[in-house]
Design a protein around this ligand. Sequence first.
Ligand code: ADP
Ligand code: MG
Length: 264
Amino acid sequence: MTTVLAVANQKGGVAKTTTVASLGAALSAIGQRVLVVDLDPQGCLTFSLGHNPDRLERSVNEVLAGDLDAADAILSTGDGMDLLPATIDLAGAEALLLMRPGREFALKRALSPLLGNYDVVIIDCPPSLGVLTLNGLTAAQSVLVPLQCETLAHRGVGQLLRTVREVQAITNPDLVLLGALPTLYDARTTHSRDVLADVSDRYSLPVLAPPIPRTVKFAEASASGATVLAGRKNKGADAYRDLAANLVKHWAGSEIVTFVPDPT
Ligand code: ADP
Ligand code: MG
């Protein structure tokens, strides 16, 4: 059985793309067959995995438009996973999609012939709650919400959860909200912990373990065209390895491990 996971938050800069790339690489390193899907017209995932979106002839745009089989747009990456890339033309594809019947189902339909080739498919949603994110949530079995542990992190979470509930009601009744993943976490201050406790209480949202620490390695990695897992040992890569292990056990039937901060 293939697991399809959407990574969504309409806020930009919360580490959605970093999470898709690093978690994908970590899953791939433990033998999972992984496909990552770039649904953001900015193409940051595509770029960070070593492909220049400006030079691609085939991408998820043509696939969503129904002009190309997904299999014919897939690229391999240095981190062992496959990539369905995006280019800036995806912004136009979004407008075209809006005029089509069944527009929320375009990605689900495109991915279905491929599912047998992969253990895990991870979808990088754009920073909006538009039709592309609806396609990601409709194609997925579960959704993970990266949450940057800073003041006002909760702004927009209510709206995102409302969208998830609407998708559950209308296009994807089986969608499971896995929980929030704390990102850019600073364990040395109480601030990150307070923010998490606040968001988790307010929305009764599970907080997944482990939190991903803030480290400069991520910026260095995305500039190099490989993920943090490819570089020297570092705590960011270790955190994503632990998250991958947590999710694989969960998909095999265990309770998901949630994060309980140390009391101060
Ligand atoms: P999003 O996809 O949600 O917009 P990105 O994954 O592109 O967010 O991350 C935004 C920025 O934060 C990038 O420059 C990325 O390198 C950086 N970043 C992500 N995770 C971390 C982290 N744990 N520590 C430090 N910087 C990070
Ligand atoms: Mg992104």
